[in-house]
Design a protein around this ligand. Sequence first.
Ligand code: SF4
Length: 358
Amino acid sequence: MSTISNGGLGSTLLTPTVPKRRDRLVPVLVGRPKRVLLAAPRGYCAGVDRAVIAVEKALEQYGAPVYVRKQIVHNIYVVSELEKQGAIFVDEVEEVPLGSHIVFSAHGVSPAVVQGAADRDLQAIDATCPLVTKVHREAIRFAKQDYRILLIGHEGHEEVEGTMGHAPDRMILIGTPEEADVVEVPEGERLIWLSQTTLSVDETMETVRRLRARFPHLQDPPSDDICYATQNRQVAIKKIAPESDLVIVVGSVNSSNSVRLVEVALEYGAKAAYLIDYSTEIRQEWFDGVATIAVTSGASVPEVLVEQVLLDLQDAGFDRVEEVKTAEEDLQFSLPKELRRDKEGNVDQSTLGGRTRA
Ligand code: SF4
C-alpha cells in the first residue's frame, strides 16, 4: 500500500510522517460564524498521480535505488517520502551510474536529455505527463511547418526547458504580458503561440491579447495547453476567493500551479492568501478578524496534507467545512509502457487506468 498516492478526495488516512504542529492553534473570536470553504477540485491531478505511482512501481519492479531526474513532481513531501522508499533524485543524467534505471519527471525532458540517458545506457522510464507530451508534439509539428513558436511560460521551469528543447531554433519564450509588448519576431514568418501547462489562464490570455495586437496573424494552438487540472483549480478558487478573509493554498514554492492559485485568489478578492507546504506553517496572527477561510491545494499535493490543515483549523474553531465543487474530475492515464507488465511479462491490467491503488 502506498503511503502517498492517496490523493483521492475521500481519503481519511493521515500518515505518521506528515509533520505535526508542536503548539496548538487557539480558537479565535470574531463576530461572524466561522467556516472553511474547501475548494474542489484540488490536489492530485492525473499526471501527478501517474508519475508518483511510476516511481513506486519502478522501485517495486526493479528494486532500490531508482534514480529520478529532477523532482518527480514539485512537492517536497512527495519527494521526501519517495526518498525513504529508495528513490534518488538527481539534477542531470550524468550523475546516474551507467546502466541504472532512471525516471523522467512529470514535467518532461528535451530530446537531449533522452539522448544523454541513452549514452549512459540508462533504462529510462518516461513519466512525462501526457498533457505535456501533447505540447511537445505540437512544438515539433509546427516547427516542421516552419512556424515561429511563441512559447508562453516561465524561464528556468523544467517543463519550459523540456518543451523548448523539442524545437530550440524555432521558439521564443515569453514570460510576462509586458514581454509581449517588446518581443522581436522575424518578419514574414507564420506565427503560433503555445504555453506551459500550469499558467494563470487570465494572465496567459492577456499575453496573447497583447501579442495579437502587434501580430494579427498570430495563430492559436489547436487545443488548450493550460491543462484541465490547472484550469479547474483556478476556477474553484475564483469562486470562493471573493468571500474569503484568508486563503490557504497547500503546495510547494516551486510548484507553478500552486503559486498561481495564491495569485488568482488575491486577484479575485481574497483579503490574504498564503502558500504552505505543511500545516505547521500556519500562524496564529493570520486569523485576526477572519471568519471565512478558503483551503485549496496544488496539483502535486497529496490529500493527507490538506487533511492535516483542516485538523489544525478545527483547533482554531474553524470546524464547519463546506466543500465547494466547481467540476468533476475522472481523468486517468495509463502508466508508462515500461511499467505495464508484471514480473512474468504479462500486461498488468491494473496499470492501464493510471490510479492503481485506493
Ligand atoms: S498539472 Fe496538468 S500538465 Fe501537470 S502533471 Fe498535472 S495534468 Fe499534467
